[in-house]
Design a protein around this ligand. Structure first.
Ligand code: AHR
Length: 509
């Protein structure tokens, strides 16, 4: 019996809804085919956006969408993607698959997609190969509500009203595909570029501390465990402007992908054994070490935790599905991906004092996608179901909780705890619990003791299937969540969590 303690009287950090964010890049079939099919497509769409996909994404309450990359962002010239579609430049997507990019999805289409999803916008600017002027003009084009060359151009292109840019990334992976910079060089470039990311709608156009519509600026952070980058960038950002940093930078990104066989080999998305299952989950759990590692450096410069850690690329990265374009990064999604998602989301919740946003890579048809499409067909992956189960944590308050666990696995190096959890108090005053069972074979009885909350009724849903189970276009509902029985008596919840499952419980007073 695992004992589980939840103290609802001990409220911790706010779980920013952006932790449940997504990432969409001009890569493979994520944007084109996956999200955008064009107004003339036979696939049902609204202004070119696939209706089935948008509806499925609305169900999981996508809070924020990052675009247009990734590595693509530092090669993207936004003016190529505005104006009449027939005159937009066609070019080769040199980064991903060598296919023709016709720029039919640009700024207006992205803003329309976010409008349909009802989500916040996170635009990633081009620092690697673009100019300060280009970045500055993009922000002017999107957000300025007045008379100016870019605002006039936006109106001429059919959108007189400005849009809201909630988050703006100043470059992407500038230690690699975004220009191969050193941390100090990037730090200085960040300072220069972000200066011209104007807060057009702030009072007096001054970068005031807080006001509605403020653009939150995200600096490029480390790759995996590159602490030298974190330290070098932060040292450069804070130099000579300690007092003014807040407002000039609101977040530092972190990218970490889970690939069981290392970066070179990666491994199959669907053909794996129990040993690889545990190895994958153990590698996913490394996310917590990374948050602690980079968080400790951030604490030195920013003890008040004003700067958010923005994990804007995370998820599994396996070999592509056999027979597909290797540059399209299309992979299937199994219960292993579901557990990886569960572990990451529980970790982000637990570290929500520092982690302010996380974007799974990527939204549709690329890497650990929540949706896969093939022509007019669409499936919700096991990862979609995890986002569905976890959505009630959005904007909830993390609660103090502790679960007794034991180590399980097949190799000493890759042992994992048998269970993972997080608990929160949602905006409606309900207790939300999410738990994963990492064992392939063992069910575990759990007794949960809740203090500071007079629970009267409990309801639960579970995602439970064999480890290699997946949803295909032929059988789209092999993995789906269902109701689950839990017992609630005098502040104690009892249940047995089955092997290889993700469980969500709501308790009401
Ligand atoms: O998500 C795929 C790629 O992974 C992104 O373009 C890049 O930022 C990262 O290396």
């Amino acid at each position: 019996m695992s004992k589980y303690y939840i103290n609802a009287a001990h409220k911790k950090s706010r779980i920013h809804k952006e932790i449940y964010g997504h990432f969409s890049e001009h890569l493979g079939r994520c944007i084109y085919e996956g999200l955008y099919v064009g107004e003339n497509s036979e696939i049902p769409n609204v202004n070119g956006m696939r209706t089935d996909v948008v509806e499925a994404l609305k169900e999981i309450r996508v809070p924020v969408l990052r675009w247009p990359g990734g590595c693509f962002a530092d090669e993207y010239h936004w003016k190529d993607g505005i104006g009449p579609k027939e005159t937009r430049k066609k070019m080769i997507n040199t980064h991903w698959g060598g296919v023709v990019e016709d720029n039919s999805f640009g700024t207006h289409e992205y803003m329309e997609l976010c409008r349909q999803l009802g989500c916040e916008t996170y635009v990633n600017g081009n620092l690697g190969s673009g100019t300060v002027q280009e970045m500055s003009e993009w922000v002017e084009y999107m957000t300025f509500n007045g008379v100016s060359p870019m605002a006039d151009l936006r109106a001429k292109n059919g959108h007189p009203e400005p849009w809201k840019v909630d988050f703006f990334g100043v470059g992407n992976e500038n230690w690699g595909c975004g220009g191969n910079m050193t941390p100090e060089f990037y730090g200085n470039e960040y300072r220069r570029y972000q200066t011209y990311v104007r807060q057009y709608n702030s009072p007096g156009m001054m970068a005031a501390e807080e006001y509605p519509g403020k653009i939150r600026k995200i600096a490029c952070g480390p790759n995996v465990d590159d602490t030298e980058w974190t330290d070098g960038v932060l040292r450069t950002l804070f130099r000579h402007c300690e007092k003014r940093l807040h407002g000039n930078a609101d977040g530092l990104s972190l990218h970490y992908y889970t690939h069981p066989e290392g970066w070179e080999k990666k491994g199959s998305a669907t053909d794996f054994d129990e040993k690889t299952w545990y190895k994958t989950l153990s590698k996913a759990l490394y996310m917590e070490d990374l948050i602690r590692m980079h968080g400790a450096i951030m604490d030195q410069y920013d003890p008040e935790k004003k700067l958010g850690l923005i994990v804007d690329e995370w998820g599994t990265w396996f070999n592509v599905e056999p027979g597909t374009n290797p540059g399209f990064l299309y992979q299937q999604n199994t219960m292993r991906d579901a557990l990886v998602a569960c572990l990451n989301l529980n970790i982000f919740n637990k570290h929500s004092d520092r982690v302010r946003m996380a974007c799974i890579a990527q939204m549709v048809n690329v890497l650990q996608a929540v949706i896969l499409t093939e022509g007019p067909k669409m499936v919700k992956t096991p990862t979609w179901h995890v986002f569905d189960l976890f959505k009630e944590h959005q904007e909830a308050v993390l609660l103090d909780s502790f679960l007794e666990t034991k180590e399980i696995g097949e190799e000493e190096e890759y042992m994992v705890p048998n269970l993972s959890e997080s608990a929160s108090l949602d905006p409606q005053g309900r207790l939300q619990i999410t738990m994963g069972n990492l064992s392939v074979t063992e069910d575990y009885p759990v007794e949960a003791f809740i203090t500071g909350f007079a629970g009267k009724k409990a309801a639960a849903r579970i995602l439970h299937a064999p480890m290699r189970a997946m949803n295909t276009f032929e059988e789209p509902e092999t993995v789906k969540s269902e109701d689950f029985q839990v017992e609630l008596t005098e502040g104690k919840l009892s249940f047995t969590i089955p092997a290889c499952s993700v469980l969500q419980i709501t308790v009401e007073e």
